[in-house]
Design a protein around this ligand. Structure first.
Ligand code: SF4
Length: 439
């Protein structure tokens, strides 16, 4: 009987995509996926340390596995940022873990697992930058929407962020290799590609001979068979006019951008080492909307950064009102050693952070709702790429502006682009009727 694997993922889209690779590699070793950890022969945990919560969740998940390990043969491996940061310490702290593999070791997973028999416990956390995925390994969680990691790491050292320490410095893949991977995915029937990186719009800056990110967008975006293109995540300081113009020039590039602002106070932005001001950010928003009036803009907000006064916080609130984002992801600041802000004085109390987080949501919720309501009555292109989580609806997909839409539809329409008339706006999704099939 084939052995089974279960992967639990915490954190960002980069981690989700890394888990897709882990799954593809395990399948290559003859394992089959299971949705039940109780019946898995191998359990992998792909961890995140960007915030305190996912880290705590990872520890508690690992703690619960101890019991299972006592009662049956089970291999437990931990990857991702926590694995990179803790390394051997993790094996010492939780002896029921069999192996730890860092953020640069994912493609070596089969080799690491095979070492277990010979060496017992294994810890591999070297920074080695194997950027090119192994040939023939194609992650296929979703057959119609695929991610391509175009670069690893980050050079920005925002003072609250641990990423440069656990993912290393920026290293871009070769554009030819990205284009080849994109063509392979399109030949397999993928219709939408999302280019991924911690800071995608600084793509190519570490390679003199490489093209810019805007040029990469043009080349990938003009590939025959591609219907949609997106990218994630952008740093406001690296969002050039050339890149902004691609929203107009490249027909496949969807009208959507995630542009983390973090806060609205120049004083705090400086302490965060974000290297743009509130005014710079607003200017970029203005340029984006001028070039592409229908663009949907989302952002990240951190409340309670050390030293954030009531006056600073009010500037974040006024920025939310001024920009009118389509949606936001807001978090309370937490210390992430060894990030620089850990050493900053004037830490904000948990109660104040919670109040500020609630205030941010209170301001944004009606804006998001109103933006969703604007869609009612409109006819929008939707790529039906999954079964709906709302059972009665059938299928779900995303608009070009990245909103989730549920429709009543037969499974045979899975993977098709359809035109949908929006009937109803909920807080985080839309519902509609299919008007016609577009492909
Ligand atoms: S840009 Fe800043 S927040 Fe984003 S990954 Fe790099 S250091 Fe972290």
């Amino acid at each position: 009987m084939a052995k089974k694997f279960f992967i639990k993922t915490y954190g960002c889209q980069m981690n989700v995509h890394d888990s897709e690779y882990m799954a593809a590699l395990l399948k290559g070793m003859g394992y089959i996926p299971t949705t039940s950890k109780e019946e898995a022969d191998i359990i992998l945990l792909n961890t995140c340390t960007v915030r305190k919560k996912p880290e705590q969740k990872a520890y508690s998940f690992l703690g619960r596995l101890k019991y299972q390990k006592r009662h049956r043969p089970l291999i437990i491996g931990v990857g991702g940022c926590l694995a990179q940061q803790q390394g051997e310490l993790l094996l010492k702290r939780m002896p029921h873990i069999d192996f730890v593999f860092g953020t640069h070791q994912i493609y070596r997973l089969p080799e690491i697992i095979s070492k277990l028999n010979k060496k017992g416990k294994v810890c591999e956390t070297n920074f080695s930058y194997q950027l090119e995925p192994p040939k023939g390994v194609i992650p296929t969680f979703n057959k119609f929407r695929a991610y391509i990691t175009i670069m690893q790491g980050c050079n920005n050292f925002c003072t609250y962020c641990i990423v440069p320490y656990v993912r290393g410095r920026e290293v871009s893949r070769r554009s030819e290799s990205i284009l080849e991977e994109a063509k392979r995915l399109l030949d397999m029937g993928v219709k939408e590609i999302i280019l991924l990186g911690q800071n995608v719009n600084s793509y190519g800056k570490d390679r003199r001979e490489e093209i810019s990110f805007a040029e990469l967008i043009r080349r990938v975006g003009n590939l025959p068979k591609l219907r949609r293109l997106r990218f994630l995540t952008s740093h406001p300081k690296d969002l050039t006019l050339d890149l902004i113009k691609t929203f107009k020039e490249v027909g496949t590039l969807c009208e959507q951008i995630h542009l983390p602002v973090q806060c609205g106070s120049n004083r705090i932005l400086k302490k965060m080492n974000r290297r743009y001001s509130r005014e710079d950010y607003l200017k970029k928003i203005e340029m984006l909307r001028k070039v592409c009036p229908e663009i949907a803009i989302t952002t990240d907000i951190i409340v309670g950064f050390p030293g954030e006064t009531e006056k600073d916080f009010k500037q974040t609130i006024s920025l939310l009102q001024e920009v009118s984002f389509d949606d936001i992801f807001a978090f309370k600041y937490s210390d992430r050693p060894p990030a620089k802000a850990v050493g900053f004085k004037e830490k904000i109390g948990e109660e104040i952070k919670a109040e500020r987080l609630a205030a941010v949501h209170e301001v944004q919720a009606p804006i998001t709702k109103a933006k969703n309501r604007e869609k009612v009555g409109q006819r929008l292109e939707v790529l039906l790429d999954d079964y709906s989580k709302r059972g009665e609806m059938g299928l779900s997909g995303r608009t070009r502006c990245n909103r989730v839409v549920n429709v009543r539809a037969e499974a045979s329409l899975l993977g098709h682009l359809v035109e949908v008339e929006i009937d109803e706006a909920l807080s985080h999704s839309l519902r509609g009727r299919i008007i016609k099939v577009l492909d």
